[in-house]
Ligand binder design. Structure first.
Ligand code: NAP
Length: 236
């Protein structure tokens, strides 16, 4: 099937890594649905890509809101009739409120999990059944090395917990779709120059999006249920 017939959905795509993933998938001719919880910001991002000759569609999406996810599912089913790629990219890092496991407010943990982990699960529960209708799907969870169990520390507990949970979710989704052409993987994009990464980060948006786009476009028989950085498997 040609890329132009494939539909790719990216969450939290009005800026940062998600925006760049939309650009790179559109450059490969995917029909990209750029989503944002703020419609004005999302439409501005869509206009920026259309000015570059990359027509992408906009849909509002707040991953913490069930009604918002349901409305997007309805749009995909009724207007586009399919979904081939999902990039669960939306994320928050409440760093100023998230210093140490002994002092972090439980509310900070709840809010972070609500977006970074439960949000990804909510969108996946809408998206995977659509993929199953066409027996094809590529699902990429944008995680972090902060969620690597093998190097876990006590700092940033809310963010770390949310990314560990996202990695566990990756394994569960991969198991659930095993034996089909739906591949579910997770990755660390590196330290990327975005609002979250800050200006001191050592990677460009292009570099940060690379492994995500590679996983979103894997050929049949590619890896399933693995954790990647720079297109290479890394330890959980
Ligand atoms: P960013 O520039 O802060 O962008 C985050 C995006 O997520 C924004 O579009 C934001 O929308 C959106 N978002 C937040 N809450 C949302 C919600 N409830 N519903 C929908 N969208 C929501 O961050 P980034 O650096 O591009 O990060 C993207 C992903 O990469 C995140 O999952 C992050 O954890 C991961 N990551 C980043 C780095 C790094 O160095 N930058 C390193 C490791 C992992 P608003 O504009 O409305 O806030």
């Amino acid at each position: 099937m040609k890329n132009a017939q494939r539909v790719a959905l990216v969450t939290g795509a009005n800026r940062g890594i998600g925006f760049e993933v939309c650009r790179q998938l559109a450059q490969q001719d995917y029909q990209v649905v750029l989503t944002s919880r703020d419609s004005a910001k999302g439409l501005a991002a869509v206009h920026q890509l259309s000015d570059e000759g990359l027509p992408v569609l906009f849909q509002p999406l707040d991953v913490t809101q069930a009604a918002s996810v349901a409305a997007l599912g309805k749009f995909l089913e009724e207007k586009l009739g399919r979904l081939d790629v999902l990039v669960n990219n939306a994320g928050i890092n409440l760093s100023s409120q998230d210093r140490d496991v002994l002092t972090v407010a439980l509310d900070t943990i709840e809010r972070t999990l609500a977006t970074n982990a439960f949000g990804a699960l909510r969108v996946s529960q809408m998206a995977v059944p659509l993929m199953q209708k066409n027996s094809y799907g590529r699902l990429v969870n944008v995680s972090s090395d902060m969620g690597q169990l093998s190097r876990l520390g006590s700092s940033s507990p809310a963010y770390r917990l949310s990314k560990v949970a996202l990695n566990v979710l990756t394994r569960m989704l991969a198991d659930s779709t095993r034996g089909t052409d739906i591949l579910v993987n997770t990755c660390h994009p590196g330290w990327v120059k975005t609002d979250m990464g800050g200006p001191g980060a050592n990677r460009s948006l292009e570099q940060g999006a690379d492994t995500i786009v590679w996983l979103a476009t894997l050929p049949r028989g590619g890896p399933n249920g693995e954790f990647f950085q720079d297109r290479k498997r890394i330890a959980w």
